[in-house]
Each structure stands twice: as structure tokens, then as C-alpha cells.
Design a protein around this ligand. Structure first.
Ligand code: PDD
Length: 367
């Protein structure tokens, strides 16, 4: 198990030290919600939209939001690595009650957990994947991003057992969504996707694709798709934050068009990737050097971390004074955060400090 730093209830700690009680309602009842938020080169993608969906999911299960949007940003940012593409998994449960009881507990703080994982480009992206249709057997609140995912898991596994990457769920003769994705189809030259409602998760990738299609004059519609229309569609895609836009080239053992990703997918794939790049560029902040810069590092408190951090920083910023250092212990005293404010002269200097800090085994995290 990769022992990365994760966030749990106000603390940053190594994954193998992050523990929740067996009485946590997420464990006992699946009583919680989650979000999956991509981060490209350290930039959270459509963060406000993900937070809006998080707020809707919390309202849907009658759980108070434990944090403001600014606090969520502050909590999640230290988990990100600007060098790679990642996704944040954020889970909030109704917390640990004194006993197992279906009714909501009183005065029980929510459990908040977040971790970050690398986005590995999906293997079927360029040649397309197989999908299989099946009757949607899930519950009636699929618009809530609930951690109770048994229905979705069983659908996905059924697809995998049949040699497919995704299950396409059908209800009353209409296309709904994938087991963990939204569905698009090109029908008579129009890019179609089912409308939002209680039976689908309002995918952020779905909304971005529709917005980009409209901006790029690709005709599109958000109308119910009869399953019979999907069976003769010229293109089918499944979309999600972690896999992005995946072309389906075979549905129920029949090829879709010529069995290759279609022209609308190629166009959208290009538009989507260019859009991501543009967002990253527009959010980049450029420092003007020289400037005062806070170098932050975290590690176990029994490691004399402050002396170590100062020693590393002084390798690249020799005139750092002892009073430029502040230390803050974690709630339980096991970890310590060190901040050293330096007069930074260049990005190269900051990169070198960052590199030496992250290379040291006693530094768990450097920002
Ligand atoms: N799932 N529909 C379902 C049922 C999903 O689980 C997902 C994504 C989507 C697409 O939503 P978005 O574009 O916002 O990722 C649609 C995530 C990735 C997961 O559960 O891991």
C-alpha cells in the first residue's frame, strides 16, 4: 500500500495511520456521500461545480456541510502535487455514533476523509471499449453521490464478467447512465445525453462536454434516449472525471458503426484536452522575484523537524534567520508543521528547496 499523506478529521497523516471507528455510520450503514475531483497540474478542475454537487448531495441526505467552500479549498490543496494529474477522493459520513441505530444521531460530528491518487490514462481511451446494456436495478436517488454504491458495483462487475469495460443502464426502455459514468450517443448527427433528474448523477464531465459542444457548434440535446436509438447510434461514449471521454465501439457484442472511435469523439477529445490546458494556464500564478515566500513542511514531531527544515532551506537561502521559522503541532501532538519565510530570488531556488525537502525521509509533505 502506498503510504501517502491523507486528510482525516482535521489532520494530515500517513494513509496507514488513518483510522475510523467500526461504529462510523459510513461503515455500518453506508451513510455518507463522496466526491471525485480531478486536479490537472495542481489545478482542481471545475472545483466550484464539484463543491455545488457536494452541497446538493449533503442536502439530499440531510447532513450539514462541515466546511465552507474556502475551508474545503484549504483542506484539499495540500494533498495536490502540481507535477502530475490526480484526483481527490473526498468522503463525508454522518460520523461515529455511540451505538448502532438507524435514526440520525444527535451532536455527532461528520467524519471527513480525503486522499489524492494519480490519474492513470485509461487503457481503452484511443481504441475504444466494449459495453453491455442491463436493466438499472439501483435506487431512486441516483442524483445523490452516495457512498452506498452496491447497485453500481454489481452492475460494473457484471459488465467486467462479460469482458466489457462498462455497463449501460436501461430503465423502462430508456438509456439512463453507466455504472460509474454518464452516457452520450451521436444519433442522426446530434450529440445526445439523457436529461438530469433523480435517476442519473449530474456528471461534471457531462456538463463540460455539453458546454464545449455548444461553444463549438456541435448540435446537442439533453433528451431521453430510447434504447432502440442507442442500438443504432453512430457513436456512443461514457464519461467521468477519472476516465474522461471513452468511446464505446461495441455494445452487446455488436460493433458501433465501423468499430472505431468516431469523428465527433475525435473532435470532442481535442476540444476537451485543449480546454483543460487553457484552464491550467489561466489559473497559473506567476511570482515576481524577489518576494517573501513561505516554505512549509510537515513530519513527525519527534524528528527535530524544525532544525532539519532550516538546515535544508539554508542550503539554498543561506541568510534565513531563526525568527523566520514558525512551528505548529497537530491536535494529538504526533505531527508538526514548520513554516520558514524566505526572501525568494527565483523559481529555480524554490524548486531546489522543494526537491531537497521532499527527498528527505523525515519530511512527509512540503508545500
Ligand atoms: N463516478 N454517473 C455515475 C453513477 C458515476 O459514478 C460517475 C462518476 C458519473 C460521472 O460523473 P463525473 O463526470 O462528475 O465524474 C456519472 C466517479 C468517477 C466514481 O465514482 O469514482
Amino acid at each position: 500500500m502506498e503510504n501517502k499523506i491523507v486528510y482525516l478529521n482535521g489532520e494530515y497523516l500517513p494513509l496507514n495511520e488513518a483510522k475510523v471507528s467500526v461504529l462510523d455510520r459510513g461503515f455500518l450503514f453506508g451513510d455518507g456521500i463522496y466526491e471525485v475531483i480531478p486536479s490537472y497540474s495542481g489545478h482542481l478542475f471545475h472545483f466550484q461545480d464539484h463543491l455545488q454537487r457536494l452541497e446538493n448531495s449533503l442536502a439530499g441526505i440531510r447532513l450539514a456541510n462541515p466546511h465552507t467552500r474556502e475551508q474545503w479549498q484549504d483542506i484539499l490543496t495540500p494533498l495536490l502535487d502540481a507535477k502530475i494529474d490526480q484526483y481527490i477522493y473526498l468522503q463525508i459520513t454522518r460520523g461515529t455514533a455511540p451505538k448502532r441505530d438507524h435514526a440520525f444521531p444527535d451532536n455527532t460530528p461528520a467524519t471527513v476523509f480525503a486522499m489524492c491518487s494519480a490519474i492513470v490514462p485509461f487503457a481503452g481511451l484511443n481504441q475504444g471499449v466494449k459495453a453491455v446494456s442491463m436493466d438499472d436495478t439501483r435506487w431512486k436517488f441516483c442524483n445523490i453521490k452516495a457512498i452506498t454504491l452496491l447497485g453500481n458495483i454489481l452492475h460494473r462487475q457484471e459488465a467486467i464478467d462479460q469482458g466489457c469495460a462498462e455497463a449501460i443502464l436501461i430503465k423502462d426502455g430508456y438509456v439512463i447512465e453507466g455504472a460509474a459514468s454518464n452516457v452520450f450517443a451521436v444519433i442522426d448527427g446530434v450529440l445526445c445525453t439523457p436529461p438530469k433528474g433523480n435517476d442519473i448523477l449530474p456528471g461534471i464531465t457531462r456538463d463540460v462536454i455539453l458546454e464545449l459542444a455548444r461553444k463549438n457548434n456541435i448540435p446537442c440535446s439533453e433528451d431521453k434516449i430510447p434504447f432502440t436509438a442507442l442500438q443504432t447510434a453512430s457513436e456512443i461514449w461514457v464519461t467521468s472525471s477519472t476516465r474522461e471521454i471513452i468511446p464505446v465501439v461495441e455494445l452487446d457484442s455488436k460493433t458501433v458503426s465501423d468499430g472505431k472511435p468516431g469523428p465527433v469523439w475525435h473532435a470532442m477529445q481535442q476540444i476537451f484536452q485543449a480546454y483543460k490546458q487553457a484552464l491550467i494556464m489561466s489559473e497559473q500564478t506567476f511570482f515576481e522575484f524577489p518576494c517573501q515566500f513561505p516554505v512549509k513542511a510537515m513530519g513527525k514531531s519527534d524528528m527535530k523537524l524544525d532544525l532539519l527544515v532550516i538546515e535544508i532551506v539554508r542550503r539554498h537561502a543561506p541568510d534565513v534567520k531563526a525568527d523566520a521559522v514558525t512551528t505548529r503541532p497537530s491536535k494529538d501532538g504526533n505531527f508538526i508543521a514548520i513554516t520558514v519565510v524566505i526572501e525568494a530570488s527565483s523559481k529555480k531556488q524554490l524548486d531546489a528547496i522543494y526537491q531537497d525537502l521532499t527527498d528527505h525521509p523525515h519530511v512527509l509533505m512540503a508545500l
